[in-house]
Write a protein of this length. Structure first.
Length: 75
């Protein structure tokens, strides 16, 4: 009879440990996925803004060229 009780206690300990490990692992996976989603969102925001910045740089470069040309004509 004692062997059965010991076996049941061992079974409960094993199940408790396994379930605890699964819960902790699940929480860690959820946390890491959330962090990855945040990084992807940050990257997407950057990728959306980049063409706007590139266009602004083109405009600035053209303005600089115009200023340089007008400065050369005055000399």
């Amino acid at each position: 009879m004692t062997e059965i009780i010991i076996a049941l206690i061992s079974l409960m300990g094993t199940l408790g440990g396994s379930l605890g490990g699964i819960l902790v692992s699940s929480k860690m996976t959820t946390y890491r996925l959330q962090q990855l989603e945040n990084r992807v969102a940050e990257h997407n925001n950057f990728a959306r803004r980049m063409p706007v910045i590139e266009e602004q740089i083109k405009v600035i470069n053209h303005r600089i060229e115009d200023i340089e040309r007008s400065g050369q004509h005055e000399k």
